[in-house]
Design a protein around this ligand. Structure first.
Ligand code: ZN
Length: 244
């Protein structure tokens, strides 16, 4: 994985502007990990994908993450900082579809972790129960009762529940909860870090800022966009300071 260059940031922003967040995440990773096929990036479990995104965020924008959240009790805005290293709780792994197993009494279930392909099949589904069921069905690879193959429909709720719990435990990076405490009213609550949302906001702001810089330098010096974008940030900033 490598950091995104100025022109790659702009390219990702351009492509991702009209994309669903699921695809935006893959667009960013495809530029940061050019040796991986898009299909294998889409097969990363959601937790692994997010671990990659956090690393991409770190090597492109730095480690410190400035966040905010509104207190659900008193509406006060809480601003706080965290670090990518504190948010990343798993090691990066080569994209590979791993198979897991859970045993509940006489039931034996083999499953895999949900990935971007799976989430793409439930985009736009309004019925949460149906969407969750589709995900569980897709992730279940095989089920057996006392050695004989059975279908999803035959499984008791405790067997499905055990698989859901194992999935959550097997992919802890997929749900990063932050503990927050409101200094105004003392309320404690948890928020989920949406890394795709977070990194996309930054990519989009940064891309537009660079384009404004290109605009200023191109107008002043008459340089081509490609030449300005290929400059280091230090050099671009220096010319901007001369332009004033
Ligand atoms: Zn509060």
């Amino acid at each position: 994985m490598r950091p995104l260059t100025a022109s790659e940031l702009i390219r990702c922003w351009e492509i991702g502007k009209s994309q669903h967040p699921l695809d935006r995440a893959l667009t960013l990773l495809s530029y940061a990990c050019p040796t991986y096929q898009m299909a294998s990036l889409a097969s990363l479990s959601i937790g692994q994908r997010d671990a990659y995104l956090l690393t991409l965020r770190e090597i492109t924008f730095g480690e410190k993450m400035d966040c905010w959240a509104d207190c659900p009790a008193c509406r006060e805005r809480l601003e706080f900082s965290t670090k990518t290293s504190q948010m990343r709780i798993v090691e990066l792994q080569e994209p590979a579809v791993a198979e897991y197993q859970v045993q509940v009494g006489e039931w034996e279930l083999r499953y895999r972790l949900p990935n971007s392909w799976d989430l793409a099949t439930i985009v736009g589904m309004k019925d949460y129960e149906r969407a969750a069921r589709r995900l569980r069905q897709r992730c279940l690879l095989r089920a057996k009762r006392q050695g004989s193959e059975v279908g999803y429909e035959d499984l008791p709720s405790e067997a499905i529940g055990a698989m859901v719990e194992s999935i959550a435990a097997g992919d802890p990076q997929a749900e990063i909860l932050l503990d927050l405490n409101c200094p105004a009213c003392g309320h404690n609550w948890q928020v989920m870090l949406d890394i795709v949302w977070f990194i996309w906001k930054e990519v989009s702001a940064k891309a537009q800022r660079i384009l404004q810089e290109v605009h200023v330098l191109a107008r002043y010096y008459g340089w081509r966009e490609a030449d300005i974008l290929s400059m280091s940030t230090v050099r671009r900033q220096y010319y901007l300071s001369l332009v004033g």
